[in-house]
Design a protein around this ligand. Structure first.
Ligand SMILES: [Zn+2]
Length: 466
């Protein structure tokens, strides 16, 4: 655990520095007046509140918070200003916080690190939180991880205002022994059932399936998850099971818009269609091949259209993960300041880079088509620096033509709905958790303000680095 000891030392030093900064900068921010009868944990007054359900900005609102929950919302009265624990929003934009529906812990702790010593659980939780909270992401759902991390993930399930709310999913179920650390091999339907029951008993409420699962096993997974009231989602691209089959069996939450193209091209492999123009599907070429598949299929292909209609009819959700395809070819906004990981440095140039950029435009056009057809989109990172990535993803969604108030809804309410947690998160409503963002500058005026200074409120407490 030498690696973690080193990380911890760095982390502690950083925290002390941030703490000193906070005490120097923060006084005066919270005005704590005295002599009032009503006791709220926090009251935000004169806020321009984004109602994500209507897309409307409700001006001059007060949000009253008690026990971490939104207790009351009303028009701001003069007397509100003299309550205890007041933040005067001064007409700034108040939105629900953001959600990442697609995290993998290996992007934070490394592909080989296994954290099994309970003494390290809290340090790791702090590190994970630092990756998200400064960017306004307060809720994170795992999209599969190592089984050896389940004890740690379970310890994080007891929520705490200082840390992000984390929802584990165990390993991704596969019925082919891939030996990949984020996969769990389940031989047959019996094993599928007992694995999901085991997860359920340990408190896990989210089940991930990967395309390398057989149809019978997938059917069992969906039925078992339904019976245990668990949320099931999958990365399906016709490796062993197609999106059409998965949808017909009852899967409703799909990862990566790119899978629609890959699903269709795999279907064409079994027909007489000439696919010889595509790069080979091998270790060296698979990444470039994906962009070329987007170019090859396009957004008007009848099979793609049929999938869109099926997803629409099924009220399915899809996670775009556009950033994953934009970043390696230089299409993300530099202001997001996300370092490109060595694995994503593709160094493509000239015609190859142009072809990839064309491919990205096709992928983005399909995301817009899904949006226009009313398919629920949500935000998932699936990479390094996940908090920053969520903001980058939101900028990319806006860039392709989705209005910013809708993008804010995608990152909050839609994402909460997709992970079956709409009761607690996703909008500023009485009874929901007080997970809020107060923007210094409104992203509705300029999308880049998404990156501007923001006050993050989690469980009714202004979050600051520990
Ligand atoms: Zn993933």
């Amino acid at each position: 655990m030498l690696q973690l000891v080193f990380i911890e030392t760095f982390y502690r030093m950083k925290k002390w520095f941030q703490r000193i900064l906070f005490y120097v900068v923060a006084p005066g921010f919270l005005s704590c007046n005295q002599g009032n009868t009503e006791d709220y944990q926090l009251v935000i007054v004169n806020a321009s509140l984004l109602n994500v359900k209507t897309g409307v900005i409700e001006k001059n609102k007060s949000v009253f918070i008690k026990n971490g929950l939104i207790n009351k919302i009303s028009k701001t009265r003069n007397s509100d200003y003299s309550l205890k624990n007041v933040i005067n929003a001064k007409e700034r934009l108040l939105t629900p916080s953001f959600i990442d529906v697609h995290n993998h812990l290996n992007f934070i702790f490394g592909d080989t690190t296994e954290i099994t010593n309970p003494e390290d659980f809290q340090i790791s939780r702090g590190l994970l939180t630092e990756e998200y909270m400064p960017y306004g992401v307060t809720v994170v759902r795992s999209a599969a991880g190592r089984e050896s991390h389940i004890p740690m993930e379970r310890s994080w399930m007891k929520h705490h205002p200082d840390y992000i709310d984390y929802y584990p999913s165990g390993g991704a179920l596969v019925s082919l022994n891939t030996q990949f650390y984020n996969h769990v091999y389940v031989r047959d339907s019996l094993e599928v059932k007992s694995k999901i029951e085991e997860y359920s008993k340990s408190g896990i409420k989210h089940i991930k399936v990967y395309s390398l699962i057989g149809e019978a096993e997938l059917n069992t997974a969906i039925r078992t998850a339904e019976n245990l009231d668990m949320n099931i989602f999958g990365h399906i691209e016709n490796a062993m099971v197609s999106i059409e089959t998965a949808c017909e069996l009852g899967l409703r939450n799909f990862e990566h818009v790119k899978t629609l193209f890959l699903d269709v091209v795999k279907k064409y492999e079994t027909t007489s269609m000439d696919l010889s123009g595509l790069p080979p599907d091998d270790d060296e070429n698979w990444r470039f091949r994906e962009y070329e598949v987007f170019n090859f299929i396009g957004t008007n292909d009848p099979s793609i259209m049929a999938l869109i209609m099926l997803l629409k009819k099924s009220k399915a959700s899809v996670t775009p993960t556009l950033h994953l395809y934009a970043q390696p070819i230089g299409l993300t906004h530099p202001a997001t300041k996300i370092e490109i990981h060595p694995d994503d440095k593709l160094n493509w140039q000239g015609e190859k880079l142009n072809r990839a950029k064309m491919g990205y435009e096709v992928l983005a056009a399909l995301v817009l088509k899904l949006y226009k057809n009313g398919i629920i989109l949500n935000t998932g990172s699936d990479t390094y620096e996940p908090g920053k990535t969520i903001l980058s993803e939101m900028l990319l969604l806006n860039k392709l033509g989705i209005p910013m108030n809708e993008v804010l809804k995608i990152a909050s309410l839609n994402s909460a709905r997709s992970i079956n947690l709409e009761k607690s998160y996703g909008s500023i409503e009485v009874g929901k958790k007080a997970h809020l963002i107060l923007f210094e500058e409104s992203p509705l005026n300029n999308p880049l303000n998404l990156l501007s200074k923001k006050t993050i409120i989690k469980d009714g407490i202004v979050w600051r680095p520990l």
